[in-house]
Design a protein around this ligand. Structure first.
Ligand code: V47
Length: 422
């Protein structure tokens, strides 16, 4: 074992021996700038389980509402609106079904459904939505509602989290997405996502889902005010729950985007992004620490398809899919494509010397590509085909918030928190 940073040598020996990494090891990995050694170790850990296979799902993101009771306190988010704020929307069921029609003539196998915490939209709306989508698109999995949304609906309905999850499962939901975790550190959470359910509560919702046989994904939002120790503790909390339940399918590090949100303004970071260096490090350290989570996914809308492709040799074996309509990161200034075609995803994976595997939401293989040629061979590389669109296609647009701060909000809680920490 060789390493430019000697601190990594004993860690590398543990990885080679399949030994679990400690909190100190994880911290040392985040502190080290020897990215190539970290990447090499993560690649080793990944190859042991996944070989050269890289999976993706042909998916479509659906965001039924952006109205959110946490609009003023989740200061990192550019997607949420107050009910009467410019750009606020709540789709009728028919409007969602119309948007979902984009899946009709496409290989879509997963709807990824998340939105805001609407103060009055009830559980019955979501159950009708899931049943309606399941009836219209029987071959498409429904991955829906973050732990935060589930807990919100439980409160609104005065039901237990378990009963909400059972109702969702009966209506056709097959897995939960990993959003809303942000970073579990109470201090960082109080700064960027005050009033959101706590880390313990987020883990509690996923624990309950796993007990019911609903697998889920997990995430960590990095690149804002969190410390390296916060990142480590977050990963260790995910690893501990996975030891208990084995219900997590994949881990997705999410890169913070600072545009059109109060946090980005307060930090003076508008117009910037996380670095490629940190994006790759987060993928690799995630792979090394989370030795019990089978997959690590790169979310190309956040880190660019270019970094995502390189991530495939830094421990990552899973790529976000076609997406079709992406609002959350593009509202926050992501300059990446809004969607990728099926062919572009397969080509991206092949271009990294990997074996593409189309999967469903539950990571079961749907298709391999030994004899594949693009369905649109005339298309120039990098030039997308035509985006699949439902009848309401053209009404899909990104309208950035005119102001990051909500009207009538006099203080910037995030600034106070940062100033008092200094
Ligand atoms: O929880 C919100 C993040 C998440 C910003 O499970 C932001 O397969 C960066 O969790 N900058 C929702 N991030 C998305 C999510 C997700 C994405 C892809 C796949 C899966 C999956 C889950 O988006 C939120 C939050 O952490 N987010 N605002 C922002 N300004």
């Amino acid at each position: 074992m060789t390493a430019r940073d000697p601190v990594l040598i004993p860690i590398g020996e543990k990885v080679q021996g399949g030994e679990r990494l400690t909190r100190d090891d994880a911290l040392a990995l985040f502190q080290s700038n020897d990215l190539l050694t970290i990447g090499r170790l993560a690649d080793l850990a990944n190859r042991r389980n996944n070989g050269d296979r890289v999976s993706f799902a042909a998916n479509q993101h659906i965001n039924p509402t952006n109205v959110c009771v946490l609009r003023n306190t989740c200061v990192f988010c550019s997607f949420a609106r107050m009910p009467r704020e410019a750009g606020a929307y709540t789709r009728s069921l028919d409007e969602v079904f119309a948007e979902a029609e984009a899946a009709r003539d496409n290989p879509t196998r997963e709807f990824h459904i998340v939105g805001g915490l609407h103060p009055t939209v009830r559980l019955s709306y979501y159950l009708d939505l899931f049943r309606g989508l399941a009836a219209r698109h029987p071959g498409v999995h429904i991955k829906a509602l973050t732990a935060v949304e589930v807990a919100h609906l439980a409160r609104l309905e005065r039901m237990s989290v378990r009963d909400v999850l059972v109702a969702m499962q009966q209506a056709g939901v097959t897995s939960l997405p990993g959003g809303g975790a942000e970073v579990f550190s109470p201090a960082a959470r109080a700064t960027i996502a005050d009033k959101k359910l706590s880390g313990e509560e987020w883990l509690g919702v996923h624990r309950e889902a796993h007990r019911l046989g609903i697998p889920s994904n997990c995430t960590m939002l990095y690149g804002h005010v969190e410390t390296l120790a916060d990142r480590v503790d977050h990963l260790l909390a995910l690893r501990a729950l996975q030891d208990e339940t084995r219900g997590f399918l994949t881990y997705i590090p999410l890169a913070y985007h600072p545009d059109h949100n109060e946090l980005g303004e307060a930090l003076g970071r508008t117009g910037t992004a996380t670095t490629g260096f940190d994006d790759l490090k987060n993928i690799a350290v995630g792979r090394l620490v989370l030795d019990n989570i089978p997959h690590v996914k790169t979310h190309w809308p956040m880190v660019t398809p270019f970094i995502s492709q390189v991530a495939l040799t830094f421990g990552c074996d899973d790529l976000e899919g076609t997406v079709v309509f992406e609002r959350v990161y593009h509202e926050a200034g992501a300059a990446t494509p809004m969607w990728l075609s099926y062919d572009q995803i397969v080509s991206l994976i092949r271009g990294a010397g990997k074996e593409p595997v189309e999967r469903d939401s539950l990571y079961r293989t749907v298709r391999t590509f030994e004899d594949w040629t693009p369905t649109d061979p005339g298309r120039k590389p990098g030039v997308p085909g035509v985006r699949p669109e439902g009848p309401e296609g053209p009404t899909f647009e990104i309208s950035h918030r005119p102001q990051a701060r909500a009207r009538g909000q006099r203080t910037l809680p995030v600034l106070q928190a940062i100033e008092s920490a200094e």
